[in-house]
Write a new protein. Sequence first.
Length: 161
Amino acid sequence: MFQIEPETSQDSYEVEWLYDTCFAPGREALSSYRLREGVPRVAELCLVARDENDIVAGAIRYWPVLVGGTRALLLGPVAVHPTRQGEGLGALLMNESLHRARELGWHRVMLVGDEPYYRRFGFSKLEGVEMPPPTNPDRVLGIALQDGAWLGVAGEVTRFL
């Protein structure tokens, strides 16, 4: 059983350790990290999953961005500790956070990832949305939280300041 709760400043060390454990060295050189620099997270959507021993077993974060001047959420990173993978925790974090984003009035979410994995949550390839290089355009995915939210939204993804 997992307890899902908003990430607090006291969780930062554990969450960063989790991301370091789950992702390759140099993860902070990716284009999505450049969009996060100097921009506060969307705190209400950054969640941690604690296990029965009160250890952070998973985490998900969101950041505001602009797509061609239109507000959107950039999802990521999302991570589950290797010893807890396969228990549905990633899906739990995805579904809970997307539900909260919809309730908070966000219209669209994007991420950089593998479409076969994220398709089950409703994500699909975004046409005309340009992440900073060197991002593979086939990995730029989005989901509309409100009907038609991605219609007519295209252009360069930039930091939300």
